[in-house]
Ligand binder design. Structure first.
Ligand SMILES: NC(=O)c1ccc[n+]([C@@H]2O[C@H](COP(=O)([O-])OP(=O)(O)OC[C@H]3O[C@@H](n4cnc5c(N)ncnc54)[C@H](O)[C@@H]3O)[C@@H](O)[C@H]2O)c1
Length: 357
């Protein structure tokens, strides 16, 4: 077990690493009253169930978390907190992927204006991305994360033992954020991924744990400088404007966010070379990195016109123009406004025509 303290906005957050789920038992028994909001699928884990023996009546389970990241379920959680006579010194444990941690953290942030919160992310995406940065929220009127707050947990517990039950594509879904953080940081980070691709694909425990920690530090450094997303934090959207376009264009058959981000990062990198702002050497490193892992893109529909139209609607664009995060070099992202929409549309078409799945 190891603890690091990260600066998250004005708060300090303890991040603990455990390998074994068994170790959570100690964490759960540290407090006078604990309430658990847990992903239904994750709750099937026997070690987790054992660690929770005696706390059964304080558990609220969430099925189909993304569908239930809603006002209706939020209200039920708040009713549950109320029925348990929670006060501000009690603790909420949110255990699950990013949908459960976002939902439970939002509930914790508004009940009695904020209750102690511990996040236990169980998907790779939640471990390297969703639980860091204090964003909480629910979906509303079909729009993702429309309602929410900024609220930090007191503690984040990363337990790599949970990752073994993720299927390969769910694992890669989270791995896209590790690729993104590495590209935003340095070519050394990217080369580390390239050289260790076998360990990554076989989910070698020690290497993965180290990778999660490095990735968290990169995101934390960005966020500690820009908690409310006014400057640097926008670079974390590398690949995301394209990805939101892809996700929107596939809304009838939703695609995994990390898969859309992976294609989005490829698009951003190709657009950077087309605009002649990245060197050929850095471009090649990114290309090598993108090609090494077993992403299954076969079911993703890529239609240039639909992606282009959706990009224009992207909520993160504050100006009239589409803003893209491109690369001056690995480790040096830059926000670029698109002046010529026709150029972007033709680029998308050409990218899609040459895209190998
Ligand atoms: N707050 C933030 O900064 C932030 C950042 C990125 C994403 N998010 C949010 O996170 C969510 C996406 O995260 P996610 O991919 O974890 O989604 P998720 O919570 O929907 O989990 C994906 C699937 O994996 C299952 N799952 C979770 N842990 C598992 C495990 N250990 N073994 C087997 N199955 C497991 C879940 O039941 C679900 O079916 C979205 O709602 C997104 O908006 C938030």
């Amino acid at each position: 077990m190891q603890t690091i303290i990260i600066e998250n906005g004005k708060d300090k957050v303890d991040v603990l690493y455990h390998q074994d789920i068994d170790n959570l038992k100690k964490e759960f028994s540290l407090r006078s009253k604990s309430i658990f909001v847990i992903d239904h699928k994750v709750f099937q884990n026997k070690q987790l169930k054992d660690a929770l023996v005696g706390s059964e009546e304080n558990i609220f389970l969430i099925k189909d978390p993304e569908l239930n990241k809603s006002f209706k379920v939020l209200e039920k959680i708040l009713e549950f907190f109320h029925s348990k006579k929670l006060n501000r010194n009690d603790t909420i444990f949110a255990v699950g992927g990013g949908a459960v941690t976002d939902l439970a953290a939002f509930a914790a942030s508004i009940f009695k204006r904020g209750i102690n919160l511990t996040l236990i992310p169980t998907s790779l995406l939640a471990q390297v991305d969703a639980t860091i940065g204090g964003k909480t929220g629910i979906n509303f009127h079909g729009i993702k994360n429309l309602i929410g707050s900024f609220y930090n947990p007191k503690k984040i517990i990363i337990c790599t033992g949970f990752l073994s039950s993720l299927n390969d594509q769910e694992y890669l879904n989270g791995f896209s954020e590790i690729i993104k953080h590495s590209i935003l940081k340095s070519s050394d980070e990217c080369l580390n991924l390239i050289e260790n691709s076998e360990k990554i694909n076989s989910r070698e425990e020690t290497f993965l744990r180290e990778l999660i920690e490095r990735s968290l530090k990169i995101k934390t450094n960005v966020i500690s400088q820009d908690f409310k997303e006014k400057g640097q934090r926008k670079f974390l959207n590398f690949g995301h404007t394209f990805a939101h376009g892809i996700e929107y264009a596939n809304k009838e058959n939703p695609v995994l966010h990390g898969h859309a981000v992976h294609i989005g990062m490829q698009m951003a990198t190709e657009f950077s070379i087309q605009k002649k702002i990245i060197s050929m050497e850095d471009y090649q490193i990114c290309k090598d990195l993108f090609g090494l892992f077993g992403y299954d893109f076969t079911k993703i529909k890529l239609n240039a016109e639909e992606i282009f139209q959706a990009m224009k609607l992207d909520k993160k664009n504050d100006s009239d123009k589409v803003t893209l995060i491109l690369l001056k070099s690995i480790g040096s992202p830059v926000a670029v406004e698109v002046d010529d929409e026709n150029e972007l549309l033709s680029f998308l078409q050409e990218f899609i025509d040459n895209f190998e799945r």
